[in-house]
Write a protein that binds this ligand. Structure first.
Ligand SMILES: NC(=O)c1ccc[n+]([C@@H]2O[C@H](COP(=O)([O-])OP(=O)(O)OC[C@H]3O[C@@H](n4cnc5c(N)ncnc54)[C@H](OP(=O)(O)O)[C@@H]3O)[C@@H](O)[C@H]2O)c1
Length: 330
């Protein structure tokens, strides 16, 4: 059936400026790392994308190797693009990345110009788009000169294959060099994509300062710690959860009694705030305006509907933030 987006889609989602740029991103964005490969029915994928857009999520994040198998999330997205999204292309920010292993041999990994240019060409074909809005270098490559990697990003923008570029997983000092190099090339770095959640606070140790000083936006991935910062695992590991059916990155033995105790305590604070834990976890990463967007994953539309209400509650009080810090420090 032809998809007709909800008339109300722009009514409640806050849009936040991405660093010092002209781009506004939704406070909550949707990533296609999980649930868009060949193990998820096409109809489920379609309802996740439609639910997201109907609720104001205008940003979909992909990478060359999202699947399984590698490339499959982009290939599936390409079919969704033809069926649902072509008429709405200008309402969307679509991103992709290259930097991890993608194809065999010496040219399908890391940060060479050879790899990045070939990869964006493949991604555009798979996704049935003429350009992506943001193209990222997915992780730093210590063995390729930064001028080469950033030069490739600059070339990708100048050739019209991406409108903006970003970096992901770069440490503060690496990010500072990449941002400076891009600026000198005349293609400013739009955004950094680091991991960040209540259980993973590394970006507070220097990275957010670099981004603030340079006017670069920030989109945090895995703000729910792969689902751990929700009510999903409070009473064990459900069979349909990521830890049970796709434990590549959230291994069941990482869900310790200690972690669940913290999750329960955090859940108590969320309840007092009138929120679900997932909503509080998202509001928490967004409490610093340097964070433009929280990049979630979802396995069912109801999770998206719950998560987009993250900013409905009142801002955190100093007491609430201190209570959260105390739980996390235990
Ligand atoms: N740049 C990078 O290196 C990098 C690395 C990783 C991820 N990413 C990006 O970040 C995106 C998000 O990563 P992520 O999926 O790990 O993020 P996440 O938001 O931390 O975890 C998402 C998972 O949490 C569960 N969940 C979500 N909302 C829920 C709710 N309201 N209640 C209960 N459970 C809920 C679902 O798992 P169940 O399956 O258990 O339902 C969902 O798949 C990726 O898709 C990708 O775009 C980037």
């Amino acid at each position: 059936m032809t998809y007709i987006p909800a008339e109300t889609r722009y009514d409640s989602m806050p849009y936040r400026r991405c660093g010092k740029s002209g781009v506004m991103l939704p406070a909550i964005s949707l990533g296609l790392w999980h649930n868009f490969g060949n193990i998820t029915p096409f109809g489920v994928q379609q309802s996740l994308l439609r639910t997201a857009f109907d609720n104001g999520i205008t940003h979909f994040d992909l990478a060359n190797n999202y699947g399984p198998p590698y490339g499959e999330a982009e290939r599936n997205f390409g079919v969704h693009m033809l069926r649902d999204w072509k008429p709405h292309r200008d309402e969307l920010i679509i991103s992709s990345k290259a930097g991890y292993d993608m194809w065999k041999g010496p040219y399908g990994d890391h940060g060479s110009r050879k790899y990045l240019i070939a990869s964006i060409d493949q991604s555009l074909k798979r996704m049935n788009v003429d350009y992506v809005d943001i193209f990222y270098h997915h992780r730093p490559d210590p063995d390729t000169p930064i001028e080469e990697t950033m030069g490739a990003l600059d070339q990708i923008v100048r050739s019209g294959k991406a409108l903006y570029v970003g970096i992901s997983n770069y440490r503060p000092e690496q990010a500072a060099v990449a941002i400076k190099t891009l600026r000198e090339l005349g293609t400013p770095c739009l955004i950094h994509q680091p991991s960040y959640s209540m259980f993973n606070r590394w970006i507070e140790d220097g990275l957010t300062d670099v981004l603030r000083e340079n006017g670069v936006g920030c989109i945090c991935f895995a703000p729910l710690q792969n689902g751990l910062l929700t009510n999903r695992y409070i009473n064990g590991i459900p069979a349909d959860s990521r830890a049970a059916h796709d434990p590549r990155y959230l291994k069941p033995d990482a869900i310790t009694a200690e972690k669940i105790e913290k999750v329960r305590a955090l859940s108590g604070i969320a309840k007092q705030r009138g929120q679900a834990l997932s909503q509080m976890a998202l509001a928490w990463v967004l409490r610093d305006p340097v964070v433009t967007s929280a990049l979630i994953g979802a396995s069912r539309p109801e999770q998206i509907i719950e998560n987009v209400k993250a900013l409905d509650a009142a801002p955190f009080t100093a007491e609430e933030l201190a209570a959260i810090d105390a739980i996390l420090a235990k």
